[in-house]
Design a protein around this ligand. Structure first.
Ligand code: ZN
Length: 168
């Protein structure tokens, strides 16, 4: 081992910082960390989609690679039954409803779900409760910027603290 070289690779329990760009098959860029701080996540804690976490496993600092993640290993397949028609009265009176508007709601089990308004006609609002990226193949361009051990507190919380992580 030469001085100054690191043998650090990504394993469970490490806080990893990455720069990423996410594009879809149609070439549309959905999200990127470029131009801002890299993202910090706790490896093995399901902070990121499973297909990406799997492909980061074992990678060294400084590596750059492309990761293709299928819907199955990403945000899941689209569920046709998750598109529902609801009455306008289900929304707060002061809500200004518009097509493509996204909002959070609770499902019957009390989980928070994201809904997107896809159509409005009279009193009827069509809401798609699929994740906006459900059914999509995700193309990530990844650069591994840093790897460090997680603190005990970070392990307990299941996410990193500090730059690029949770601030609390
Ligand atoms: Zn925390």
């Amino acid at each position: 081992m030469l001085p100054g070289m690191s043998s650090e690779t990504i394993t469970a329990g490490k806080v990893v910082t990455i720069h990423y760009t996410l594009t879809l098959d149609d070439g549309q860029t959905v999200d990127t960390s470029k131009g801002g701080d890299p993202l910090a996540y706790l490896h093995g804690a399901e902070n990121i989609v499973p297909g990406l976490e799997k492909q980061l496993d074992g990678k060294p600092v400084g590596s750059s690679f492309d990761a293709v993640v299928t819907p199955e290993d990403g945000y899941g397949e689209r569920i046709p039954d998750a598109v529902q028609q609801v009455n306008k009265s289900a929304f707060p009176d002061d809500a200004e409803l518009a097509i493509d508007m996204q909002f959070q709601a609770q499902d019957e089990a009390g989980n928070t779900v994201m809904g997107t308004i896809t159509a409005m006609e009279g009193e009827t609002v069509t809401v798609d409760f699929n994740h906006p990226l459900a059914g999509k193949t995700l193309n990530f361009a990844i650069e591994v910027k840093g790897i460090r051990d997680a603190s005990d507190e970070e392990q307990q919380h299941g996410h990193p603290h500090g730059p690029g992580g949770h601030a609390h």
